[in-house]
Design a binder for this molecule. Sequence first.
Ligand code: C5P
Length: 216
Amino acid sequence: MKFVITAGPTREPIDPVRFLSNRSSGKMGYAIASAAIEANHEVVLVSGPVNLPPPTGAKIVSVITSDEMHAAVDEAVRDCDVLVMCAAVSDYKPASVAEQKIKKRDEKFSLELIPARDILKSLPRSRNFFVVGFAAETNDVEEHARAKLATKNCDMMVANDLSDPNIGMESDENAVTIFSRDGESEKILRASKKIIACALVKKICANAKKVLTKKF
Ligand code: C5P
């Protein structure tokens, strides 16, 4: 199968020297890319700015902003079988980018933000590839993950519980629950991101084959 996997954060520029971003390290997405390559799949890895060596065998498309990630995904999914949106894409971006560095002043300062384009929501509803979203939640994990599965029109939603600060973002370990469209859910208990990635790739392939019956 051909996988398109997104990983890492995006950066939304404020002025020439500042940006809005998040703590995503890219480790989970890179581990999924490596696991998919090990299972003999073709991988295009659309990566935000991270400090990780590229997995051998992946085609890397490097991006910085959510708009660049949107364009790269749009291009890469044209002939793919599976899209895994593991990246922590910014939900908001500055309404405008200052051309010159914004000067410090001794008064309150507020930045106007507008919603960034939601890459998952912008995918065509009728498509012939399997879509996996990620939901990083600090509370009511199941409720939020199931809601995102529906509103973002995904085939599968992988929920990270961020309430435990020792796992998840930036860590080498994770624990996830996978929610599928048929209402089924499966927990993968705390393990290295490498082990979680292998289990995810297996589950994604099995479910994708059921959905993409004309292809496989
Ligand atoms: O809404 P939230 O950001 O929590 O949703 C997370 C999921 O949506 C992830 O799979 C992420 O890659 C995707 N996403 C997106 N476009 C955005 C923000 C998030 O596709 N602008």
